[in-house]
Design a protein around this ligand. Sequence first.
Ligand SMILES: [Zn+2]
Length: 398
Amino acid sequence: MSARGQASAGDLLELVRSGRAVTRGALQQATGLSRATVGQRLDRLFRAGWLREGAGGPVGSPLGGRPSITLEFDDAHAIVLAADLETRHARAAVLTLTGEILAEHSGTLVVEDGPEAVLGDLGRWFAELLEKAGRRAEEVCGIGLAVPGPVDSETGRVVQPPIMPGWDGYDITGRLARAFGEETGAAPVPVLVDNDANLMAYGEQRTGYPDCSAFVLVKVSTGIGAGVVVDGSVYRGIDGGAGDIGHIRVGADAQCRCGSYGCLAAVASGRAVARRLAETGVPAASGSDVRDLLASGHPGAAALAREAGRQVGDVLATVVTLLNPGVLMIAGDLAGTAFLTGVRELLYQRALPRSTAHLDVVTSRLGERAGLIGAGALVVEHLYAPQRVEDRLVALGV
Ligand SMILES: [Zn+2]
């Protein structure tokens, strides 16, 4: 509700979008506004094209009387662009406001080439995807980007990323907005950036576990990171550092990409498993190489993945004890039976029984699309948040 205590148009939209109140009568009841005031506010949302009457027909009203027309968020009035950067690979898509993928592309993009080049390429990808989807750049309301490093959400910049050389403190949002404008000729749109594990967690929680109030996702690909969603929001800590579990010291002597020795990522990431496979003569250099070997049933890869799972499970025993999540999801290149078996072995052995009594340990549902879905949802939740709706309606002239 707004500071004056009266529900705004943004609050009404939020009630409809969340499904908590989807008729005029229910909105009156939820907000205490008069029928006339609800009507005025809804009228602005209709004129903006953000609301429509539901296809399901009239339903009974909580205030009695005639059945009411249901209202729903109009997810066709704008589109979102999203991209998920891995270290050597990226995925990008055009999405509806409710997260349906309209066009998608994945290919090689090397993070080490630096932000200027990588984000310029993404601008070109977006232009091509819009053409493929048959949509206009003017319909885009915002861009979401997942990156493999810690992000300060205040500034949208990555902070001392261990595996993103040249990106520290770089103006990602400015560069990507410029690339989008140069490639499409459209006016600038908001760009939101977050860590990949955070956005995967957000995408998976919203689509698969909307009622889970404490959700943890661990991504084990070339590196290791975790995303935490509490009460439907990503928990980032005070400056985006929450969940960076790959650099917890586990006491081994291997050197990590961050420069330290003995980090979890140095012994249990896709890169670490690939290195150990390469030492035995198996050609592997990255998490995706390990994924391919696991998919082909390679016994050496499976044994090493299980051992990596045990090392990650040991750290997750602490994570689970601290956060008491309902769902612990394992995602990324290593997320398969062997790794999950290893995680379970150590997690249940080391964590208090009370912490794991109601815990589901699962693998990803959205797979490689989780980051895209999460990035799209981040943009929509940002732009249609009650506190931003008023300014945007005024800007639209309604
Ligand atoms: Zn490290």
